[in-house]
Structure formats: structure tokens, C-alpha cells
Design a protein around this ligand. Structure first.
Ligand SMILES: CC(C)(COP(=O)(O)OP(=O)(O)OC[C@H]1O[C@@H](n2cnc3c(N)ncnc32)[C@H](O)[C@@H]1OP(=O)(O)O)[C@@H](O)C(=O)NCCC(=O)NCCS
Length: 182
């Protein structure tokens, strides 16, 4: 794999670079697409990037250098989640697939009690949804009007996951969506 996840220190060595990354880039499918420095610093102080539940990493790519940021969330739960943000200059090249694969490998090789890894995104974040599917993740929920959008109608929130056994075998197992008749 060409990707290396480098644990970052949001209150120490990586503080300025993290604030710079979060404020320099736009994240159109996040609740807050344009973060201010004050907001990022407050989130850092509140443990949003580094706490018992959260851990943050730079995503370094062999030939390209630093291409983005990954946060693992809900690390105290049986099903951790993640937040992936590629630098604007590295989007649209399919690098999200390798980033999700690296995150999945990290979770299943370091958190031995974890058997599920989950992610959610907005229904209109097609790039992220295709990335999930290309990584063998399975759509498990479509929360209609579940994602509030400021100044607009809410959109659906879509949830995907991968099981440890699917990651081990490379075989995506699925289920019957409508398994009950009325
Ligand atoms: C979401 C993200 C990780 C996806 O990674 P990526 O490698 O940049 O994904 P790409 O832009 O290459 O898109 C993947 C595929 O979706 C397709 N796609 C993207 N937007 C599309 C659209 N609106 N309609 C149809 N297809 C679309 C791309 O064409 C590509 O398919 P292709 O390889 O056949 O051309 C990255 O864009 C990113 O970090 N975005 C900002 C943060 C974010 O939204 N994170 C998700 C929160 S979990």
C-alpha cells in the first residue's frame, strides 16, 4: 500500500498544520463546509481530534506527500467510525479508495476486539459513496431527510460498513434488504 497513516499531535507539533489544513480547504459535504481558525482551535481544545474516543492522522502518500487527514471516532464503541478529508488538490483522482483501505487495515490490525467499521455521508456525496462501494463496504442504512442542510432542505444520510470477516476474506457479504413481507 502506498499510503502511510501518521498519527498527529493536535495540541503539539501538528497544531498549526492542522488548523491550516482545516481552514485552507473547503468541505462541501460536511455540516460546516468552511471552518474558521477559532472553530478548529476550539474543537482541538475540546478533544475532537485527540481524546479517548478520537484519534487523528495525516494521510501520507508515497510519491505525492501529504494528501489529507483521517480521524477515527467512537473508539470506545464496538463500531468505530471515521472522518476522511482529502486536500482539495488531491481530490478527484480516486485516492479516497486507498485512504479508506488504509484506515480499515489500521482499525482491524490495531483494535482486535472491533469487528465492524462504519462510515456515514450525505446522499449527494457521490465521490464518497462510490469510494465506499469500491472498497467493498455495504450500504446498511439510508436515513431519509436525516442530514440537516443550512438554508436548504435536509438530505438523506447514508451509512456503510465493513465487517472484519469481509476484510479478511476480501469477499463482500450482504443481506436481503426487505427480508419481511407484509
Ligand atoms: C470524498 C473523497 C474522500 C472521495 O475521494 P476521491 O478519491 O477524491 O473520489 P473521486 O473524486 O475520485 O470520486 C470517486 C468516483 O466518484 C465519481 N463521482 C464523483 N462525484 C460524482 C458525481 N457528482 N456524479 C457522478 N460521479 C461522481 C468520480 O467520477 C469517480 O469515479 P471514476 O473514478 O469512475 O471517475 C474526497 O473527495 C474528499 O476528501 N472530499 C472532501 C471531504 C469529504 O467529503 N469526505 C467524506 C466524509 S466521510
Amino acid at each position: 500500500m502506498s499510503i502511510n497513516l501518521v498519527r498527529l499531535d493536535p495540541v503539539g507539533d501538528d497544531h498549526e498544520a492542522l488548523v491550516d489544513f482545516m481552514t485552507r480547504n473547503e468541505f462541501p459535504f460536511h455540516s460546516n463546509p468552511r471552518l474558521t481558525g477559532e472553530a478548529v482551535k476550539a474543537a482541538i481544545a475540546n478533544g475532537a481530534y485527540w481524546s479517548e474516543d478520537n484519534d487523528s492522522f495525516w494521510i501520507d502518500y508515497a510519491e505525492r506527500g501529504r494528501i489529507g487527514f483521517l480521524r477515527l471516532e467512537d473508539l470506545g464503541d464496538p463500531t468505530p467510525m471515521f472522518d476522511l478529508r482529502l486536500d482539495e488538490g488531491f481530490r478527484g483522482r480516486g485516492l479516497g479508495v486507498e485512504a479508506v483501505q488504509a484506515a480499515t487495515q489500521h482499525v482491524f490490525t490495531t483494535l482486535l476486539d472491533v469487528n465492524r467499521f462504519e462510515g456515514q455521508t450525505r446522499e449527494d456525496n457521490i465521490a464518497m459513496r462510490k469510494t465506499f462501494l469500491r472498497c467493498g463496504w455495504v450500504k446498511e442504512a439510508h436515513y431519509r431527510e436525516g442530514w440537516p442542510v443550512e438554508g436548504s432542505k435536509p438530505v438523506a444520510s447514508v451509512a456503510y460498513s465493513i465487517l472484519r470477516r469481509d476484510w479478511e476474506t476480501g469477499q463482500t457479504t450482504t443481506f436481503v434488504w426487505e427480508d419481511l413481507s407484509i
